[in-house]
Ligand binder design. Structure first.
Ligand SMILES: N=C(N)NCCCC(=O)O
Ligand SMILES: [Zn+2]
Ligand SMILES: [Zn+2]
Length: 319
């Protein structure tokens, strides 16, 4: 059965006018589990891993928190004029079990899971987990696509070298990815960068590793439309991976995260920037660094759920 054929339309979310939203079981946006459909166009994958963090722990509980905060999402997205769950089959795989005591093994587990899920052509939207997990996902994608443009939303560069001599951490995934030849050095970009660095050299290193920087402050000066234009110019011409560290948002919009930095974007700016990806060749995405222990009133979980919803809408329109 092809779930997206006219005879078999995609299975959508549980109808909130018939079953209360707060009734279990919990999947992202109340969508079916992957084992309830024959195939998914987009698979949601939870990676409960936070052994790469340098400050507050807790992002291992991110996937469950984002799913719990996604129950109020509705089927139609008026901003993009699309029904993301009707134009494509989206299903939730659940979480994979990753070794919290062996980071190298954890990276292999994530790589293999993403590779398996993508084997039938499904796109994978990963819910983290800390930012370390972007590296094995990029390894998997680059095997099929070659060096790929990385669009990275974050307060932090995440192109640092090591922490305590450790190469695989949440502050280093994009340096490793660049060194391994996984990213397109002419088409990658950070958006939302701000806050203190270790030294001025961090920015120079980052440029050599292949990234262009759009700062959080640029939103104040240039506005969303002009940033979307710069983003599209940089990313055009090939596959794009979108990595959203929720700490790109101001702590007022996302308190539930491990390394918060003042002076960040609003959730409205982030959602509107993501909508600017329509028409670009987005081949995968993650949302990382949601740490529910520091969240209040599901603020961060809701923001992350809406980020996922906009990304799914973009994928639906690009289909
Ligand atoms: N990827 C995130 N969220 N943070 C990286 C911060 C690394 C540091 O402690 O300097
Ligand atoms: Zn960050
Ligand atoms: Zn990050």
């Amino acid at each position: 059965m092809n779930p997206s054929s006219p005879e078999h339309p995609p299975i959508g979310p549980v109808d909130a006018t018939k079953v209360p939203r707060y009734a279990e079981p919990t999947t992202f946006a109340r969508l079916p589990r992957l084992d309830e459909v024959s195939r998914a166009d987009v698979t949601i994958l939870g990676v409960p891993f936070d052994s790469g963090v340098s400050y507050r722990p807790g992002a291992r509980f991110g996937p469950g928190h984002i799913r719990a905060a996604s129950k109020l999402l509705r089927p139609y997205n008026p901003a993009l004029e699309v029904s993301p769950f009707a134009r494509q089959q989206v299903a939730d795989f659940g979480d994979i079990g990753v070794n919290p005591f062996d980071i190298t093994e954890a990276l292999t587990t994530v790589h293999d899971a993403v590779t398996d899920l993508r084997a039938d052509g499904s796109s994978v939207l990963t819910l983290g987990g800390d930012h370390t997990i972007a590296l094995p996902i990029l390894r998997s994608l680059a095997r099929d696509h070659g060096p790929i443009a990385v669009l990275h939303f974050d307060a932090h560069l995440d192109t640092w070298d090591t922490y305590f001599g450790a190469p695989y951490t949440h502050g280093t995934p994009f340096r490793r990815a660049s060194e391994e030849g996984l990213i397109d050095l002419e088409r990658s970009q950070h958006i939302g960068i701000r806050g203190p660095l270790y030294s001025e050299q961090d920015l120079e290193d980052d440029r050599v590793l292949g990234f262009q920087v759009i700062r959080s402050d640029d939103y104040e000066v240039d506005g969303v439309a002009s940033i979307v234009e710069r983003m599209r110019r940089r990313l055009d011409g090939g596959p794009v991976y979108v990595s959203v560290d929720i700490d790109v948002l101001d702590p007022a919009h996302a308190p539930g995260t491990g390394t918060p930095e003042a002076g960040g974007m609003t959730s409205r700016e982030l959602l509107n920037t993501l909508r600017g990806l329509v028409g670009l060749n987005v081949v995968g995405a993650d949302i990382v660094e949601v740490a529910p222990a520091y969240d209040h009133a599901e603020i961060t979980g809701i923001a992350a759920a809406h980020v996922a919803y906009e990304l799914l809408s973009v994928l639906a329109l690009n289909r």
